[in-house]
Write a protein that binds this ligand. Structure first.
Ligand SMILES: [Fe+2]
Length: 270
């Protein structure tokens, strides 16, 4: 069978992707202290480069996530057990060390990234590795999903394309809910406030509705659909001192090979 590009798979197997959508959740004590220690050290021992931008407060040790799964043999079985299915050995993702709340985005391959042939997006995880003492960091997972490339949402043109590795959406096309129904990108769900989302303009926020807010807790893992839009939120905003954090973590995307999908999920319905 000839290779399908990642985006061809997204189009052809769109319903398979949607059928696996689930609400975002946090699993506490997913990792042991030793496992978190090993992951934390890995980024410093194995990074070949460090990425950063002058315009941001985000340092990213450049680590090969696929190699990390080979090196840390205990890592894959934990996620096979969690997802109840095998998944591709190809991942996207990165380590980050940041003091900066992130605006709303979807982490997926970018248009010029290769190596995701015959794959469809499945799940994303955030693994917290460090958070400043006495601080509190939270992430909103929105009801909106988008099947396709990595993307960040900026109809106000606050960011230029050269400042972002992600494609920037000036018009919010393709937003769907957990059932795959189109979402109204112009609808104001009334959940924006400058206290909670100072890093996202009100106009840019329009079209998004909170599904769940999860806190950044060591040893836990946040699990969500790889196509799911998410952003940092300052919650509870009444205590600005607790948002004065530095956080370190990993985000990893998991993909499925479409040919094997029917076997992987018994409930799958073509
Ligand atoms: Fe993300």
């Amino acid at each position: 069978m000839s290779d399908l590009t990642y985006i061809e798979c997204c189009e052809k197997y769109r319903q398979q992707i949607i059928d696996r959508f689930e609400p975002a959740k946090k699993i506490e004590d997913f990792f042991s202290e030793d496992e978190i220690g090993e992951l934390r050290l890995y980024q410093f021992q194995k990074s070949k480069k460090v990425k950063f931008r002058e315009t941001s407060s985000n340092i990213q040790p450049n680590v090969n996530i696929n190699q990390m799964f080979k090196d840390l043999e205990w890592l894959r079985p934990k996620f096979v057990d969690l997802f109840k299915t095998e998944f591709s050995k190809k991942h996207s993702g990165n380590f980050y060390i940041t003091t900066q709340p992130h605006d709303h985005h979807v982490d997926l391959p970018s248009e010029d990234e290769e190596g995701f042939e015959n794959l469809i997006p499945f799940k994303s995880v955030i693994i917290p590795l460090f958070l400043t003492h006495n601080c509190w960091a939270t992430t909103t997972f929105f009801k909106q999903r988008r099947v396709g490339y990595s993307i960040t949402f900026d109809r106000d043109h606050l960011t230029s394309q050269k400042d972002s590795l992600y494609k920037i959406a000036r018009e919010y096309d393709g937003l769907i809910d957990q059932s795959g129904n189109p979402c109204d990108a112009e609808k104001d769900y009334g959940q924006w406030s400058n206290e909670r989302y100072p890093h996202i303009s009100q106009n840019n926020f329009r079209g998004f509705e909170e599904e769940i807010i999860l806190d950044y807790q060591l040893k836990s893992v946040m699990v969500f659909d790889a196509c799911q839009v998410h952003a940092s939120v300052l919650e509870p905003y009444e205590k600005p001192e607790i948002h004065n954090w530095l956080k370190n973590g990993i985000n990893i995307q998991f993909y499925l090979e479409h040919e094997n999908n029917q076997k992987a999920i018994p409930s799958f319905n073509i």
